[in-house]
Structure formats: C-alpha cells, structure tokens
Design a protein. Sequence first.
Length: 304
Amino acid sequence: MPDLAILYEHPQWFAPLFAALDARGVNYTAIHADGFAFDPAAAAPPAPLVFNRIAMSSFLRAPEHPIFHAAAALAQWQARGARVLNGSDALAIDSSKARQLSLIAGLGLAIPATRVVHRAADLPAAAAALRFPIVVKANIGGSGAGIVRYDDAAALAAAVADGSVPDSIDRVLLAQEYAPARGDRIIRIETLGGRFLYAIEVDGGGSFDLCPADACALPGKPTITMTRVDPDPSLIAAAEAIVAAAGIDVGGVEVLIDDRDGVARFYDINALSNFVARPLEVLGWDPHARLVDWLTAMLAETRR
C-alpha cells in the first residue's frame, strides 16, 4: 500500500506537486477520477493518508464530472480509517457557495447581501430585497463559471423569462448584491495546515474568472494580474477561522473591500489551491515545496 493517495481530476494542475513528491521520494499513488471505481464494502482505504484535489470547475470539463462521486469515495475512506486531507466535510463546503456564505456569516464576518433559491422563477422576488446591480451565481461554480451581472430588476426579469439566467448542477442559485471591489482588486489568502501561507491581490479586469494558476491562463481568457500583499492581520485571522470552521487543510479564501462602505466582505472559500502562476516571480519562493514539507509531516504523524 502506498503511504499517500491523491485523488484528482485536472490533467495539468498537479504536475508540479507530483514532480515535487517524486523529487522527495514520497511513496504515493495518483488516482485520476476518470476510470476509478471504489468498493463500498472494501475494508481498507487506498492509503493511510489521502489528499483530495477535486476541483469544483471539473463540471466545466466533462458533463460526467466527479464531484459527487468523490464525496462518496472520500467519506468511504474516512470511515475505513484513512486520514483524508480536505475530506468530505471540506468538499461539502467547497461545493456549496450557499454553505460557504452561511459559515462565514456565522463567524460574525461580513458577506455580500445574498438570497438563495432553488428555482430561477424565484430570483426576481428574492432580488427585490437587494440593491442592484446584482449577480446571479450557480451554487457550484469554479473559474468564474455561472456568474452573470444584472444592472436592474427589468434585466433580471427578462433573463428569467427567456431562460438565460445561470444554472447550477445542484439546482441551487444565489442572488447577490454586486459589491464593487476597491481598486477593482480582490485579495486571495492561501492557507496550509490551517495557517496563513501567502496572499495575493488579483485584478481580473472586470472578469469573474480569477483563477491565479498557470493552467488557468488559457488562450482567449481575460488576463489577470497578481501581486503579493501583506493583508491586515484581521483578514489573516478571519481566513484562518474560516478554513478551521470548514475543515479545510489546504485552501484559499477570497475577500474584497467594498468600495461603497469600506467593509471587508468575504465571499468565496476554495478548497483547491493549485497556487499562483510564476511563484518565484510573484512570491519569491515555490509553495509546492512547503506543501510537500507539510505532507511529509502529515505522513510522519499518520505512521505513529
């Protein structure tokens, strides 16, 4: 049995992680979600330590996405004694923007004003309690998918009438006030082992797709700029509290400063951190090295 199993889907995002593990001589197996089946009666997990790397954006790459299949597999392996990093509880939060916002607000932190519905027909009534412009978001998204802005109630009503509002693979939708980010930039705070790792400011030029990784920089996609920043300690403490409450071992939290009132509003939790593009240029160091340091420490704990 390998010491570590990594469940993943994206064909490119984890090449740097696999290379770093190979260089360190870690005994691991990489399990691609496609072609993988698990036995619910199996007595043992694939490894004593499992690392979940399933992306919410996987539904964009294949209609037969692995999100819900992975949730069942991770729960099975946890029940059979594996230590699962970013396990089934974390995946449940990662796969629901509604649950993310509820968790954040429950910690006493500000979020954009939001209403959650399960029918597109209910969006206009739900949005009546919000200030326009609003965005409609799919509950399960990724890479900015399933987000559309509507500047007034008439535009939203027309989109509902013609069936052009976003859809979500779980049939849950969010109507949310569009909070203008101060300086048109958001802050993404990355954590490792529940503690602050680094933060970057991201300017997407108005795009909702703010994925900062190399593999996200595809032809035809908007260019985003990234700058390392040192956030206010209160934002770091808030991000650490969020990932702790979500059960996320490795992940990012996104926050913006609302230009209307200066309030820091947290709006996204991401349990899949594939780190920033050009890390040596942006950060001055490679987060994958620290990730492998942490994984080897987790392996040592698991062997005890």
